[in-house]
Design a protein around this ligand. Structure first.
Ligand code: AGP
Length: 603
């Protein structure tokens, strides 16, 4: 999740690129860079670590003059945030500059095949070398040939010394738009509409597998076979502020909708020895402690379940702020995993440091490359992209996915699941982006239900097994954004106390994705309704017929296996929290009393 801009026209490119990068800084902001072609047709590259202001200071000291250029704001995925890893990257001769969003899965293979040595740790630099190696005097054609070799998701913008009158771009599973203004003779490229909305409101949306060229005269797009494409222009009706949110009313909603892509990108990390644990270590592993706060703790709860179930390892999830002060005996061959979106949460970082001091082997699952936890230990990075809303959504789902990936891989290494079963689990996971897209369609139904929920101030989330971990996340999401009192219970616990609270005016939100526990859950729904409570059920298609008669509202998600269905069911719960917050007029993206990253112990 980075940001791309490109400009060609009659005026200086650098100020236009910088303005575009500012507009895209919500997509990533750990480093930034531009490449400009000067009047002699030479590439000038300027880049800097940190926020865009840092690049601005570099440009004051070392201007880059020229009327065509490309720019990038980065959210690190391969290689830490640094000036060296910042885009643009160039080919060996330094004549082709590339900026890139996405992930190139086979970058190592291409690097080896080309026999080049890279100076950065990025997958992007390999694209520049590949273009350099394939270049045949026509960059648009070269791009099409390169795309046949690249595996993964990408949006690219390319500048080339030998074709100084053109900007090039290409897209595969990562958004990219082009714009042209005949009045000013200016062409633009951007990964997101906000970067060019000031210059034109009529944009051309590139499709997967296509390559485009923008000049001072117009723009042209070809498909993978080189045939011209004539896409109608899309007229942008949004204002600049909502454009930053991609047309969504809030970042939270935008991030909920980004989950199919986040799942796809995180899944793409699974290749070769993606898990930094050797077969021997996996076989010796006796125990795993997962420590985290808030939403990340709920992902850890899911993690503990699947590590036990699929990898047959004893596992427990711990609240980091408790764990750091406990006197826990550590067993031999016990591993510790810190889980955190930001990688900076003080309690989780302290728990990680304590685990290291106790001699445990450690890992972190986080969403920010180069964060405190990633510096402290080896990190498995989720590829959710920057999360702006305080309420975590896409980071949570990719953490859960990361644990499932870990459990399948460890289960295979420990010989407790067969290759055929592992294959089936991976296949099910590969279906997630598509199923998540379908699940997003439940939004309208949830909004209608919320509009009927007048004066509901108490919500009980219930579930069993993996659905209990999910219910905890549903309750947290609702309380933090809508300020409605909500608690989660293991459904079997209701009769041991909480059921005393059920009466008319209460809502029970039940998560039902586990076939073997469905009958028990249906009994819980009957008990709740018998006491006057309303029931909102979230269940799979296969269970809908049995669940529907016992619910006031039944939100149906697509069928999926027992591990991935709870991931899909998280989406309606997020949408429920979001819709409740909107209906109650809450500040959705910045809930009261909360901060995105809690980097001090008490505040
Ligand atoms: C999530 O919606 C919350 N805002 C909060 O619970 C968060 O998950 C928690 O503070 C942990 O943050 P981290 O993942 O960055 O460590």
């Amino acid at each position: 999740m980075c940001g791309i801009v490109g400009f060609i026209g009659q005026r200086q490119a650098a100020p236009v690129l910088m303005e575009g990068l500012e507009k895209l800084s919500y997509r990533g902001y750990d480093s930034a860079g531009i490449a400009v072609l000067d009047e002699r047709g030479k590439l000038l590259i300027r880049k800097e670590e940190g926020r865009i202001e840092n690049l601005r200071s570099v440009l004051v000291k070392k201007p880059a003059n020229g009327c065509a250029g490309i720019g990038h704001t980065r959210w690190a995925t391969h290689g830490k945030p640094s000036r060296l890893n910042a885009h643009p990257h160039t080919d060996e001769k330094g004549r082709i500059a590339v900026v890139h969003n996405g992930i190139i899965e086979n970058h190592e293979d291409i690097r080896r095949k080309l026999g080049v040595s890279c100076i950065s740790q990025t997958d992007t630099e390999v694209i520049a070398h590949l273009l350099g190696a394939l270049y045949d005097g026509d960059m648009q054609h070269t791009l099409l040939r390169a795309m046949k070799e690249l595996k993964g998701s990408y949006a690219l913008a390319v500048l080339c010394e030998t074709e100084p009158e053109k900007l090039f771009c290409a897209r595969q599973q990562s958004p990219l738009v082009m714009g042209f203004s005949a009045d000013s003779g200016e062409g633009h490229i951007a990964s997101d509409i906000p970067a060019l909305i000031r210059h034109t409101r009529d944009v051309l949306i590139l499709h997967d597998g296509e390559a485009g060229v923008v000049t001072r005269e117009g723009m042209r797009v070809v498909n993978a076979d080189g045939a011209a494409c004539h896409h109608p222009l899309f007229h942008v009706g949004w204002d600049e502020a909502s454009a930053e949110k991609g047309g969504f009313a809030h970042f939270m909603l935008k991030e909920i909708h980004e989950q199919p892509q986040a799942l796809r990108d995180t899944f793409a990390c699974r290749k070769g020895d993606w898990l930094p644990i050797s077969k021997q270590e996996a076989q010796d592993m006796q125990m795993v402690t997962l420590a985290a706060c808030g939403t990340a703790y709920h992902a850890a709860l899911y993690g503990a379940y699947v590590l036990e179930k699929l990898a047959r390892i004893r596992a427990r999830a711990e609240i980091a702020s408790e764990y750091r002060y406990r006197d826990v005996p550590v067993s031999e061959n016990e591993w510790f995993v810190a889980v955190s979106q930001s990688g900076e949460t003080a309690d989780t970082l302290a728990a990680l440091q304590k685990a290291k001091a106790m001699g445990m082997r450690t890992l972190a699952v986080c969403n920010v490359v180069g964060s405190g936890m990633a510096r402290e230990t080896q990190a498995l990075c989720t590829h959710a992209g920057p999360e702006m809303a305080v309420a975590s959504t896409k980071a949570y789902l990719t953490q859960v996915q990361m644990f499932l990936m870990m459990a399948i891989t460890l289960g295979g290494m420990r010989g407790v699941i067969s290759p055929a079963e592992a294959e089936e689990r991976w296949r099910q996971m590969s279906l997630l982006p598509e199923l998540a897209t379908r699940t997003l369609q439940t939004h309208a139904q949830i909004e209608r239900f919320v509009s009927r929920l007048q004066g509901c101030e108490h919500v009980f989330f219930i579930g069993r097994g993996l659905d209990y971990a999910l219910a905890m996340e549903g309750a947290l999401k609702l309380k933090e954004v809508s300020y409605v009192f909500s608690e989660a219970y293991a459904a079997g616990e209701m009769k041991h106390g909480p059921i005393a609270l059920l009466e008319k005016g209460r809502l029970v939100a039940a998560c039902i994705t586990q076939e073997k526990l469905a009958d028990k859950m249906i009994s819980n729904l009957q008990e709740a309704r018998a006491r006057g409570a309303q029931v909102l059920a979230v269940c799979t298609e296969g269970l809908a017929e049995r669940v529907r008669p016992h619910a006031d509202e039944c939100v149906v998600i697509p069928d999926a296996d027992e591990y991935t269905a709870p991931m899909l069911a998280a989406i309606p719960l997020q949408l429920f929290a979001y819709s409740m917050a909107v209906a109650r007029g809450c500040d959705v993206d910045k809930p009261r009393n909360l901060a995105k990253s809690v980097t001090v112990e008490e505040w």
